[in-house]
Design a binder for this molecule. Structure first.
Ligand SMILES: [Fe+2]
Ligand SMILES: [Fe+2]
Length: 161
């Protein structure tokens, strides 16, 4: 047993899942986004668990916020370009999480209460799992019928973003 696992818990009881094929929405660039976001969430969880308010926490939070915002923009552009019928509802879910992150993340690690940080990480991990499982996979099934067109939209958007 290491010093960290004896004193700060272990990697085994982590809340954030690793991205795997079961999370796939069938579109490589968006799967890559999800994979990166899961990695950033795992990094945030480990930082809070092992370092508390360590010197890199604000960078990790900024990185997670940047990845999230970039990904939401990309998904929303695709859904609107394909005239996905539930685009507005999906965009609203993104908006709610963005507002929640802006309100909550700046105080992470400040309260010196591990239960607060743990609850924040648990909420984010659950939100992404549920959103991926329901809302994201739903547009994935819709886009699957026009996968070539969807990939062209994503490729062209990557060049302008
Ligand atoms: Fe997504
Ligand atoms: Fe989404």
């Amino acid at each position: 047993m290491t010093y960290l696992s004896r004193n700060c818990g272990s990697f085994a009881d982590k809340r954030v899942a690793d991205w795997s094929e079961r999370h796939s929405v069938g579109l490589g660039p968006l799967d890559h986004d999800h994979n990166l976001i899961f990695i950033a969430l795992g990094t945030l969880e480990n930082e809070l668990k092992f370092l508390r308010r360590g010197p890199t926490l604000s960078k990790t939070v900024k990185f997670l916020s940047h990845l999230t915002s970039r990904h939401f923009t990309r998904e929303e552009h695709l859904m609107e370009s394909l005239a996905y019928p539930r685009a507005r509802e999906h965009r609203e879910q993104h908006g709610l999480l963005t507002a929640w992150m802006e309100a909550v993340l700046p105080s992470l690690g400040e309260n010196r209460r591990p239960s607060y940080d743990d609850a924040v990480v648990a909420y984010l991990a659950d939100w992404w799992s549920l959103h991926n499982e329901r809302a994201d996979k739903e547009y994935g099934r819709f886009a699957d019928k026009r996968s070539q067109e969807a990939m062209t939209i994503l490729d062209e958007f990557a060049l302008t973003a």
